[in-house]
Design a protein around this ligand. Structure first.
Ligand code: AQP
Length: 330
């Protein structure tokens, strides 16, 4: 039986937030611990420079993010964790995909490009071709499954198309990747629950895994719940978001009790918020505690080891690609 091969990436654009954790990283750890797949996780710094960024902080954000990932439970003995720019084949394969396998029209249809472009004063070509680099990240390692949040599903559909197009034009080389979603694939902003939780929306919208217990408690207390039930009687988006967070973290059966109270019409939102705050503070508290056991020096060493371990796979794929697309072997 072929082992599944898992790949996923995350950008070093700032602090890890609850949406990243519940939508993706929690699943990365679960897949690693299930033991039936090779897991490769990448900090995608070349993606991070497609939007306005601070060059003086990029390296430290990269190390901080890796530290958080190890604290969340990624085990460098089992999973390969590395930094994209340490393996130059990522950008080489991305160019091949952009040049020969991705159409302008497909890139134009990407909703994330449209949303992110609106936030930038300088809209780079790299932001536009971002999904081709993402496809290269995944396919360089022949990954079959990609654990991501729902916002990335459209990009993965394009990655499938890119691999199909490469295979039919140049010979069978890449698998067709599939997304793996968690039970909470889209955590919403606490302040505006009709929008995805995201750092770029600003303070109050996202819950950072570096926040203090007091800050987390306050943010959850202030979470918007007064959107009310929708005209069809279904749950309002703010309340649903809190229930989704609780369900993803609850190990004490509180979710069932509060959901029953909601259905019977006597749920007090203050009780829901208290339960969510408790579950979030317990999970994030233990992540913050584990973070202390990884020094930045040790994290850098682990990232170097990860890149050294994975590089031969990337080199092998690129050697095949160069040959298949007809480049001269001189
Ligand atoms: N709100 C979310 N709910 C569920 N999953 C989410 N992810 C991101 N936001 C949510 C998932 O986290 C992984 C890493 O994503 P990324 O590196 O693309 O981070 P991001 O989307 O850039 O994070 P932000 O906060 O939304 O960044 P800004 O605001 O700077 O653009 C992915 O698997 C993603 O699906």
């Amino acid at each position: 039986m072929n082992r599944r091969r898992i790949f996923s990436g995350i950008q070093p654009t700032g602090t890890l937030h609850l949406g990243n954790y519940l939508g993706a990283v929690q699943n990365w750890v679960a897949l690693q611990n299930a033991g039936d797949a090779e897991c490769i996780y990448c900090i995608v710094d070349y993606h991070a420079i497609t939007i306005d960024y601070d060059l003086h902080h990029l390296a430290s954000l990269t190390v901080d993010l890796a530290r958080d990932l190890f604290a969340c439970g990624l085990d460098p003995e089992i999973s390969t964790v590395f930094v994209q720019s340490q393996v130059p084949e990522h950008t080489e394969l991305a160019w091949v995909f952009q040049a020969a396998c991705t159409s302008y029209g497909e890139l134009q249809r990407m909703t994330q490009f449209k949303a992110k472009a609106e936030e930038q004063s300088f809209v780079s070509a790299g932001l536009f071709t971002y999904p081709a680099l993402q496809a290269a990240d995944i396919l360089l390692y022949q990954a079959t499954h990609v654990p991501v949040g729902e916002d990335q599903v459209q990009h993965l559909e394009l990655a499938r198309e890119i691999s199909r197009r490469f295979n039919s034009r140049f010979g069978n080389t890449f698998p067709e990747v599939r997304p793996l979603l968690t039970a909470a694939p889209r955590i919403m902003s606490l302040r505006d629950p009709d929008k995805k939780m995201s750092k770029s929306s600003g303070e109050g919208h996202y819950l950072s895994l570096s926040a203090t217990q007091e800050e987390m408690g306050k943010m959850i207390q202030r979470a918007v719940t007064d959107v009310g039930p929708l005209p069809d009687g279904s749950m309002g988006s703010g309340v649903k978001n809190l229930f989704d967070i609780l369900q993803a973290l609850d190990d004490r059966g509180i979710y069932d009790q509060l959901m029953a109270a909601y259905r019977e019409g006597h749920l007090k939102y203050v009780d829901l918020k208290a339960a969510v705050a408790d579950a979030v503070c317990r999970t994030v508290g233990s992540i913050q505690e584990r973070r202390l056991s990884f020094s930045p020096e040790r994290v850098q060493e682990l990232l170097r080891e990860g890149a050294d371990r994975i590089r031969p796979q990337a080199e092998e794929t690129m050697a095949t690609v160069r040959e298949r697309i007809g480049l001269a072997d001189l």
